[in-house]
Design a protein around this ligand. Structure first.
Ligand SMILES: Cc1cc2nc3c(=O)[nH]c(=O)nc-3n(C[C@H](O)[C@H](O)[C@H](O)COP(=O)(O)O)c2cc1C
Length: 171
């Protein structure tokens, strides 16, 4: 297991656009008995309700969603480029089919019972504050439904999860 240091949020220089959109992250949720992770490239970091928050968008059919819904916490783990193939794998295979941690060799670690991926080099540990299902009634731009929720993604809507950032860990 790697040694992580708490990272003060004031020192953060990370660019959320490149970090999340191009480099991607693994969202992990679960407990000591079973956890699951999936790749995500949508989300953000910000401030809400007087807290530093991370927000993520998870489609209805993701196995990881079951773990996020069941538990009070989730994490976002960020990686060095050398793990890009692992992130691709976690983004195309579902934990319903395979134990992705076992097959990839990536490891779940825990801080205060919150699961994260030990090979990450920057970790954001979050406590769920809100889960907001985004329905088609929310779309103001008709292109959204057409582009993101038609064909095989019809009805596979996203839930927005807003998590209070409890800890940032870096190594
Ligand atoms: C680059 C990339 C980014 C992704 N971003 C998201 C995302 O932000 N939200 C989401 O619901 N799925 C996203 N996915 C899809 C999930 O990672 C994918 O469906 C995964 O297999 C779900 O795993 P699970 O069923 O074990 O939860 C992304 C996939 C890739 C490859």
């Amino acid at each position: 297991m790697h040694q992580f240091q708490p990272y003060p949020v004031d020192l953060l220089e990370l660019n959320p656009f490149t970090k999340i959109s191009s480099e991607w992250m693994l969202i992990t949720a679960g407990n000591q008995e079973k956890a699951n992770a999936m790749t995500a490239s949508w989300g953000g970091l910000g401030v809400l309700w007087g807290k530093n928050v991370a927000f993520i968008f998870v489609r209805e059919n993701r196995y990881t969603k079951e773990f996020i819904d069941k538990e009070a916490y989730f994490s976002c783990s960020f990686f060095d480029k050398k793990y890009k193939n692992d992130l691709k794998y976690f983004g195309v295979v579902s934990g319903r089919q395979e134990d992705k941690f076992k097959i990839s060799g990536l490891t779940v670690n825990f801080k205060d019972d919150i699961p994260y991926v030990d090979e990450g080099d920057f970790i954001c540990l979050c406590k769920k504050m809100a889960a907001v299902p985004i329905t088609e009634a929310h779309f103001l731009d008709p292109e959204i439904r057409e582009k993101w929720y038609s064909g095989k993604e019809e009805g596979n809507l996203h839930t927005l999860y807003i998590g209070e950032i409890l800890d940032l860990l870096a190594r």
